[in-house]
Design a protein around this ligand. Structure first.
Ligand SMILES: Cc1cc2nc3c(=O)[nH]c(=O)nc-3n(C[C@H](O)[C@H](O)[C@H](O)COP(=O)(O)O)c2cc1C
Ligand SMILES: O=C(O)C(=O)c1ccccc1
Length: 381
């Protein structure tokens, strides 16, 4: 009836989870200290993890007004399929330490909300089980994350499994010849919790717990990796797309282009690898420029709101990924918690688009942003 107010469902009120910070706090309270610090901390002085988030603050949105945004469309295309909005869940290992359903719950939540997921090679459930969990809910695409393993036969088995289960891409994580220095892992003698294995490697909980976390990684990963060794080999064994995860420079973006990769994820591993590398939002512009539209450029690290997604897209990223927010969702309430996380980002992103006067993700361009200068007017990009 005309004039009748339409009840607007206010998401999260019942849970009091109104933003990702609320989710982080609620989840962190539920996690034992050792797991919480393993998930939440960065490496050494925490400079990069801090900047990953705070660097977004220097940008302001040059909102356009009186634009008809009644039909604003948040959707985009990834691997030939429409996704609800440009946010996917990064491959983070050991998700069953957050909730017993781990990566299965994440996959179901992503499928339900219409976004994609990266499967860590250090997931606690097999690639087959993670794929099946999501597909039981709805269409979902997966990237299989891999490190540069010493054991090539093992790497090949993981690739064959990813292909057989219908993964779309290999995300080769390139920022980790060795693990970053995370003091919490040493102070807490962090070990994978009892009962959790790494099925993609065929490693049981007992095998993993026999050593410190860092040593598990050293045992499997080859620090003798290189562009010349990894990419031609991957290309020779698989038809899946090859993406490089962990790029923060124009130089390495050009290497990815020259090597014929399909995409990069501008990432610093959520500030868990080399502390002191730039925030990903600060590294993004030079990577976008170097890619020059020849390969896809995605980003992760420190993205905690729909407005930050908007800023990353305006600076040229095609899609955003989040790591810890999914872990917090899981710790808070398993699949439902990850759904709350995705809903929160979705609502914020859509509202940001509408308030900025954008009707589609293609409308989100450099012209939408300005940068704050200490003294003086907003600078255009
Ligand atoms: C607990 C944890 C485990 C992770 N494990 C992996 C992994 O196995 N492989 C990988 O490529 N990246 C891993 N990452 C990095 C994520 O893929 C992603 O780059 C990062 O979390 C993004 O930053 P954000 O957490 O600030 O969103 C991990 C991150 C966290 C927090
Ligand atoms: O801790 C990490 O960042 C990471 O990449 C990892 C590696 C091995 C197992 C679990 C996570």
């Amino acid at each position: 009836m005309a004039g009748q107010p339409v009840p607007v469902p206010v998401k999260g009120l019942e849970d009091k989870i109104l933003c990702i910070k609320d989710l982080e706090e609620a989840a962190s309270k539920k996690l034992p200290k050792i797991i919480r610090e393993f998930f939440n901390d960065g490496s050494t002085d925490q400079v990069t993890i801090h900047e990953n988030h705070t660097a977004y603050n220097k940008y302001r949105i040059r909102a356009r007004v009186l634009v008809d945004v009644a039909k604003a469309d948040t959707s985009t295309t990834l691997w030939g399929r429409r996704i609800t909005f440009p946010l996917c869940v990064s491959p983070a290992g050991m998700q069953a330490a957050a909730h017993p359903d781990g990566e299965l719950a994440t996959s179901r939540a992503c499928a339900k909300k219409g976004v994609n997921q990266g499967i860590s090679s250090f997931s606690n459930y097999s690639t087959a089980d993670v794929r099946a969990a999501g597909l039981s809910v709805g269409p979902i695409d997966h990237a299989m994350q891999m490190y540069t393993l010493k054991d090539r036969a093992l790497a090949l088995r993981m690739i064959r499994e990813a292909e057989a289960r219908g993964c779309k891409a290999i995300f080769l994580t390139a920022d980790s010849p060795v693990l970053g220095v995370r003091y919490n892992e040493h102070r807490n003698d962090f070990r994978t919790p009892k009962g959790l294995g790494f099925p993609n490697f065929g490693w049981t909980s007992e095998m993993i717990r026999a050593q410190e976390h860092g040593n598990t990684f050293v045992a499997l990963n080859d620090d003798g990796h290189s562009w010349a060794r990894e990419i031609p080999w991957l290309r020779s064994v698989t038809g899946m797309e090859i993406w490089i995860k962990g790029v923060v420079t124009a130089e390495d973006t050009l290497m990815a282009v020259q090597m014929g990769c399909e995409g990069i994820v501008v990432s610093n591993h959520g500030g868990r690898q080399l502390d002191g590398v730039p925030a990903t939002i600060d590294a993004l512009p030079e990577c976008v420029e170097a890619a020059a539209g020849r390969i896809r450029v995605h980003i992760d690290g420190g993205i905690r709101s729909g407005t930050e997604m908007f800023k990353a897209l305006a600076l040229g990223a095609e899609c955003c990924w989040v790591g810890r927010p999914a872990l917090w969702g899981l710790a808070y309430d398993g699949q439902k918690g990850v759904e709350i996380m995705l809903d929160t980002f979705y609502i914020e992103f859509k509202r940001c688009m509408q308030l900025a006067g954008c009707n589609s993700v293609k409308d989100i361009t450099k012209a939408c942003l300005g940068v704050v200068r200490p003294d003086g007017p907003l600078a255009r990009l």
